[in-house]
Design a protein around this ligand. Structure first.
Ligand SMILES: [Zn+2]
Length: 511
């Protein structure tokens, strides 16, 4: 048995939810038998030396009686999980002359845990890791047999599966290429075709339609019984069809939690209660737990009774509302999770719920109203793009109106396709609502007439730059809903109705 030499194989690991490539260097030389692993390896990896040795022996190979040094690079990044068992074992087997050359000209990525019997056991997060790595650097990936379908959900990198170390020979001679049978499946959901609502709920429906079509965070305020929750749930049923890239995002996250056996996904709808804990809402803790903001990704995060949520919870939502991800600081370091949710919030305008309502039954002192409303304020409120007060001002109109939901969904679907066509290549984004700063000016141009109208509104209403940009985005979505290329005056006028200008700005101006 040859027992000298050095080999480098390609593996990967996770730092929080961030996948990164790991170079596995295995060196074997004659000397006092020992097995050392260096390069910021977590305990689970350090413990792998005994496991790998026993797995090799139980597979009918010989374990080297030599000085084995395994170094995992880059040395400055902590590695966790058991993904690296397989490349370490393969390196050892090659250096001891027990398997063909696994590296030269092959360019394989190896991921897998070893059982004591030499079996290659499934690991979590395979799809997540594969989607985050640069595919160009590898020719194929070798994964545990049980992870093969999951690995093949990404379609760019060929997948080779391995069940047992004994199969290494056929893996390395190219006989084990796997032909996937599954692909991402978008769950078809059944929603009603029509719905009856009260005429005075129509603006609420329109707000939710615009919000769903362009991914604009939306807040509905109004008295009890105004239909806020009904509209929020309706908003879910109106969302554009899940794209394949979004479905893969959802499956990638699922792969971090469990082995994927069912590749069917749908947009999530999450509605955490206002008493929910910090960890449950934003995620974190030692076990990489995902919070509601992450679980709601590519779907709706519905926050009912928004004013009852803790101020620190609303503050924590600022980053994911704007960036689509959340960074959670914990003792063990910070972790970043994706969280591209659409927020729909509902709230009463005051403790009794009837402030400014059409039947004007509010019994709250004005100081109580102000302190209630101040719970939803500042940078959090700023990131809400659409804010509508249901049942405010005019007399209640309880006439029943039948809504054709099929047509409504169709308008949203085609609006979302228009956005994708316009934005995806240049920005990597799918929705108007996700554009930021300069992107908005670049991708939502206005005619000089429309610019003039915006300037007028900015002067008259004292809109901040942030609000001015939000106005542009909402108007763009309104035009997309009717398939118009150019934003017209009427689109901007309607956008002004729905643009979040805070709590009852008209009253404030009067006061
Ligand atoms: Zn009240």
């Amino acid at each position: 048995m040859q027992e000298n030499g050095l080999i480098r194989l390609k593996g990967a690991s996770l730092d929080g939810t961030q996948a990164f490539p790991v170079q596995v260097e295995v060196n074997v030389k004659r000397g006092i038998p020992r097995f050392t692993i260096t390069g910021l390896a977590a305990t689970s990896i350090k413990e792998s030396s005994d496991r790998i040795r026993v797995a090799i022996e139980n597979s009918g190979f010989e374990s080297p009686i030599a000085n084995v040094l395994v170094h995992l690079g880059p040395a400055n990044r902590k590695k966790q999980g058991t993904y690296l068992d397989l490349p370490i074992a393969v390196g050892l087997l090659h250096l001891t002359g027990q398997c063909p050359d696994p590296e030269t000209g092959k360019n394989l990525l190896w991921l897998g845990e070893l059982g004591l019997d030499g079996s290659v056991k499934p690991v979590r997060g395979i799809l997540h890791i594969l989607r985050q790595l640069e595919y160009g650097s590898y020719r194929a990936v070798v994964v545990p047999w049980e992870n093969r379908e999951e690995a093949a959900l990404q379609t760019r990198l060929p997948v080779i599966s391995i069940m047992h170390l004994k199969q290494l020979e056929s893996v390395l001679t190219g006989k084990a290429l796997f032909e996937p049978k599954t692909s991402v499946r978008i769950k078809s959901q059944q929603f009603p075709d029509s719905l009856e609502i009260y005429r005075d709920q129509m603006p609420g429906l329109r707000a939710v339609q615009i919000s769903a079509a362009g991914w604009h965070h939306c807040l509905l305020s109004g008295p009890p019984g105004a239909g806020k929750s009904m509209l929020a749930r309706l908003g879910y049923s109106l969302l554009p069809p899940l794209r394949e890239s979004e479905a893969l995002d959802l499956l990638s996250l699922r792969s971090l939690q469990e082995q994927i056996v069912d590749s069917e996904v749908s947009r999530p709808f999450r509605s955490p209660h206002h008493t929910t804990s910090d960890v449950a809402l934003v995620g974190g803790s030692s076990s990489l737990r995902m919070g509601e903001v992450t679980l709601a990704g590519h779907g709706i995060l519905f926050l009912d009774e928004l004013a009852e949520f803790k101020p620190n919870h609303l503050q924590a939502l600022r980053e994911p509302m704007e960036e689509g991800y959340i960074t959670v600081s914990r003792i063990s370091g910070s972790v970043t999770y994706p969280s591209p949710f659409l927020l729909i919030g509902a709230t009463n305008p005051c403790p009794c719920g009837f402030y400014q309502s059409s039947n004007d039954l509010c019994i709250c002192k004005i100081s109580k109203v102000q302190s209630y409303q101040s719970a939803i304020t500042g940078p959090f409120l700023d990131r809400i793009e659409i804010f509508l007060h249901l049942g405010a001002g005019s007399k209640p109109n309880r006439e029943r109106v039948k809504i054709d939901l099929v047509r409504l969904r169709e308008s949203i679907r085609s609006a979302s396709e228009r956005q994708e066509k316009r934005l995806l290549t240049g920005t990597g984004k799918l929705y108007n609502g996700r554009l930021r700063g300069e992107e908005i000016l670049m991708w939502i141009p206005l005619s000089s007439k429309a610019e003039e109208l915006v300037s007028k509104a900015v002067r008259k209403k004292g809109l901040s730059i942030r609000k001015m940009l939000q106005l542009r985005k909402i108007a763009r979505t309104i035009a997309d809903l009717v398939g118009r290329d150019e934003i017209e005056e009427r689109d901007l006028e309607e956008a002004l109705v729905f643009l979040n200008s805070g709590w009852f700005p008209e009253n404030r101006a009067a006061a």
